[in-house]
Structures are given as C-alpha cells and as structure tokens.
Design a protein around this ligand. Structure first.
Ligand code: ZN
Length: 115
C-alpha cells in the first residue's frame, strides 16, 4: 500500500519537471526499483496508470528497472547474486555480505515533449 504515496510523489515530480521545461506532456519516466527496496514495481505501475489520468503524465510510459540484490564476498570482493540456501561466493567460496545493491529507489530519467 505504501506504493500509493510514492507514486503520487513520482507524478508530482514529473509534472513539476514538465512545467519547468515548458513541456506539453510527460512522455516517459524511468524508475529504478531494487528488489529489496520494499516497493513492488507492479503496484507502482498500477497506481501510476490510475493517478496519472487527467494530468501531464496521462499516457506516459512508466519504465520500471528492477535491480537484483547482490552480496559482496568478504574474501575476494566479488559481487554476486545470492543463491538459494547459500551465501557463498561463486569465485572463491568465501562468505558474502549484504550490500546496498538491490535497495535502490530513484527516478533515473524523465522525458517530456515540447510542442
Ligand atoms: Zn570470493
């Protein structure tokens, strides 16, 4: 449910950006959402379609880029995706530690149309 206020914020930011660039319409928004950010891309998409109606973002493409969480090996420093039931590094077998990769949540770009 916390995707609702998040999506409202995204739309507000995109419309502000559109107004500031004197655009007629927001064409697309690229949003980076880590799989461990606590936010569900499909929910954001659903709210976006509903909330964007009647505004500058109506009909805009919301592209959601998921980021898979990664661990960093404490021994060799390799970044790797955690396997089920294992934290072991695929390179050296060392133990992986959590990183911030996979917790991202940000707008990567907003494309507007000027005409
Ligand atoms: Zn390693």
């Amino acid at each position: 449910m916390h995707e609702l206020p998040l999506t409202e914020n995204i739309i507000r930011l995109a419309e502000k950006h559109g107004r500031e660039s004197r655009a007629s319409k927001v064409e697309s928004i690229v949003l980076v959402v880590g799989e461990q950010s606590g936010f569900i891309g499909e929910s954001i998409q659903m709210y976006f379609d509903a909330l964007s109606k009647g505004g500058m973002c109506e009909g805009a493409v919301l592209e959601i880029k998921p980021v898979a969480p990664k661990l960093r090996c404490a021994s060799c420093g390799a970044l790797f995706r955690r396997q089920p039931f294992s934290f072991a590094c695929g390179e050296c077998g060392g133990e992986g530690e959590p990183t911030d990769i996979g917790r991202e949540l940000y707008i990567e770009s907003i494309t507007v149309r000027q005409d």
